[in-house]
Design a protein around this ligand. Structure first.
Ligand code: NAD
Length: 470
């Protein structure tokens, strides 16, 4: 711990930091835990999907209060105040999928205003809208996009670890397609996901996903399914392996031979198997498949592959030689592309299952760029392009490809950043703290859920609504 770090973390330092406006960050609700307090549903005209989805999840809903003149009461100085919730709501779900006119946006203001100061700690605002790319008419498209700026502002104004997110629904999306997403967003699994918008479309034919149970897909959605995690020996990869195992998966943990000891410890602790493999070798995909067939039998298939292994070789472009360039592009992007190309072969023993899940890890550096990370930012933006392209290329099969883009996550990698810079990275998001490896893992597990087949070609940032590239 550096000298400045010890001062700032001492009791006196904490008080000084608080006076300087650096309030203690809120403790976030995590895990498969629903919010405390009622779930409010604002089912706006033309909606209906959210109500059906929450009913299918077995979640009771309450009516929200509306900020209308007739509902306001005067305070002691005679000023009209919005209606006040006695019991703090745990979540507000707004179904705005039928909203097409600018004038109707007022309905969102009416339901949002009363909750802004009353939402429970780690509460949720979840907005459902029709995908702007799929509605006709100038006004309707403009209105659909308006939801995005509104949601992002709500995320920035909420306090106490509460989050706001937006789901763009394509036509024909039903409760079965949205269930796993609403459960994820309501539960603590989405603790560090805020200010994000992503798309949901109807699941492809052949996606035989189990319907969602109460509070999300059954608590062990990966029971009996094989999940391969690269870079699993430590950090985020180890957290991913633990989270998928908690949810029932048979883990195949992959990492460099040099990390063999910690890899074995992770795999053994989860009753999984370890595969020592440098993912950049040309036949890495074939070796993963061969391992799966050897350990689990020749009929076994991989349910999900989580491409987590990644490296940084930071330096300013002015100093960037071909070696640092090539190693980062190869580990972070090209290896993933080659492995997927091998594993999607339906005839390959130990390859991907018919409706498998492919997930990659991008980074907020890939959105915003980052000084000294030209190679890394290029590789991570490449991961976003890769999953979108794979989603398109595999459109005829019920396989999905998605990615998460973590912001500042507390790991060995980020512990090496100088303290002041680290503290700035931590604080510059709406939740005023760094994320935990488990936050990345939970989001990946949601994307790989058998009931998440309607989420395809999406990149979800796990960054607490970081201002960088937001
Ligand atoms: N920590 C963060 O804040 C953060 C932010 C954004 C993205 N990420 C990404 O998340 C992922 C995990 O990050 P982390 O912080 O846990 O990193 P880490 O360095 O702690 O772990 C990475 C693991 O990948 C393994 N690995 C590296 N090259 C490999 C190869 N060629 N073959 C097999 N295994 C290999 C390493 O041995 C290590 O165990 C990476 O893709 C990283 O770029 C991290």
């Amino acid at each position: 711990m550096g000298a400045l770090e010890s001062i700032l973390t001492s009791p006196l330092g904490r008080r000084a930091a608080a006076r300087a406006g650096l309030a203690e960050p809120p403790v976030l609700r995590r895990g498969r835990v629903l919010p405390e307090g009622p779930v409010l549903l604002a089912d706006l005209p033309g909606g209906g999907v959210a109500r059906a989805t929450l009913a299918a999840l077995g979640l009771p809903v309450a009516e929200p209060l509306l900020d209308l003149p007739e509902n306001r009461a005067a305070d002691e100085r005679g000023r009209p105040q919005p209606p006040r919730y006695e019991l703090r709501p745990g979540a507000l779900v707004i179904d705005a999928t039928g909203i097409r006119e600018v004038a109707q946006l007022e309905l969102l203001r009416q339901v949002l205003r009363p909750v802004m100061k009353r939402l429970a700690d780690s509460g949720r605002v979840i907005l459902l809208a029709t995908d702007a790319a799929t509605v006709d008419g100038v006004e309707a498209r403009a209105v659909a996009q308006a939801m995005d700026g509104l949601m992002r502002t709500v995320g920035k104004e909420l306090r106490g670890g509460a989050t706001a997110n937006l789901l763009w629904l394509a036509g024909g999306v039903g409760a079965d397609d949205v269930g796993s997403t609403l459960a994820f967003l309501l539960e603590g699994r989405s603790a560090f996901v805020s200010g994000q918008a992503w798309r949901i479309r109807p699941r492809k034919p052949g996606d035989r996903a189990a319907p969602s149970g109460p509070a999300g897909a059954s608590a062990r959605p990966f029971e009996g399914r094989i999940v391969v995690v690269t870079g699993a020996a430590r950090g985020i990869g180890a957290a991913i392996a633990r989270t998928f195992r908690r949810d029932g998966a048979e883990i195949v943990a992959v990492d460099m031979p040099a990390a063999g000891e910690s890899l074995a410890a992770v795999a053994n602790g989860l009753r999984g198997s370890a595969l020592q493999l440098d993912i950049t070798v040309p036949d890495a995909g074939a070796r993963i498949a061969a391992h799966v067939a050897r350990v689990h039998g020749s009929d076994a298939k991989i349910w999900a592959i989580v491409h987590n292994a990644g490296i940084t070789r930071d330096t300013m472009l002015a100093n960037l030689d071909e070696r640092r360039w090539a190693s980062v592009l190869d580990v972070n992007l090209a290896a993933e592309m080659r492995i997927n190309a091998t594993l999607v072969d339906a005839a390959l023993a130990g390859g991907l299952a018919e409706n498998a899940r492919i997930v990659g890890i991008a980074s907020t550096s890939g959105w915003a760029g980052n000084k000294g990370q030209a190679n890394y930012a290029a590789s991570k933006a490449g991961v976003m392009g890769l999953v979108r392209a794979e989603a398109d290329a595999l459109a005829g099969r019920p396989i999905t490809a998605n990615a998460v883009a973590p912001g500042f996550i507390e790991t060995d990698m980020t512990a090496a950043i100088p303290f002041v810079q680290r503290e700035i990275f931590r604080r510059t998001n709406s939740l005023a703290q760094g994320g935990q490896p488990v936050d990345v893992a939970e989001t990946l597990a949601y994307l790989c859920d058998p009931a998440s087949g309607g989420v395809d070609g999406q990149v979800i940032r796990v960054c607490g609504q970081n201002i960088i590239g937001a």
